[in-house]
Design a protein. Sequence first.
Length: 188
Amino acid sequence: MKSIEHLLEVLIFNSRWLLAPFYLGLVAGILILLIKFGQEFFHLVPHILSGTESDIILAILTLVDMSLVANLLIIIIFSGYENFVSKIDTGGHEDRPDWMGKVDFSGLKIKVIASIVAISAIELLKAFVNVDAGLETLAAQNGAWSWTAIDKAIAWKMAIHILLVISGVLFALMDSIAESTPKHGSKH
């Protein structure tokens, strides 16, 4: 019976390697983002002198947005792999990020929600900058200006952003409460 138990435990422990393809898929996701980033950047270059200020700002915010998503993916890949699969042996490489190997699951959740809030803030800023273009699009579709449709769209984006911020604060609060609670078997 003990050998069956040991076999099950080895199988369960080694099942963590099933997560490795997920992380490789996220690496491919960064490559896809890099390609889209390049497309956006090279689309922006010819318009530097001829584009409007808001067009340039929107294009740059799009690049910032993609950069934040790529950073988020790196955090998830490194931390997730190290927390759930195996430690990454960088051989003491001088470029190893200081946070690598120190972000536990709780810290990963906070970093993910903070990144999502930052991405949401960029999207909201893009919506504010792009209000005029949205009004022109609505006028072309409806034949009349529709402030209410723009107001509703921005209100929804603001509501979602506020909910994300509140979620982030609640995650941090829950982690703070969990850390201050005596652990099972500890002598606090």
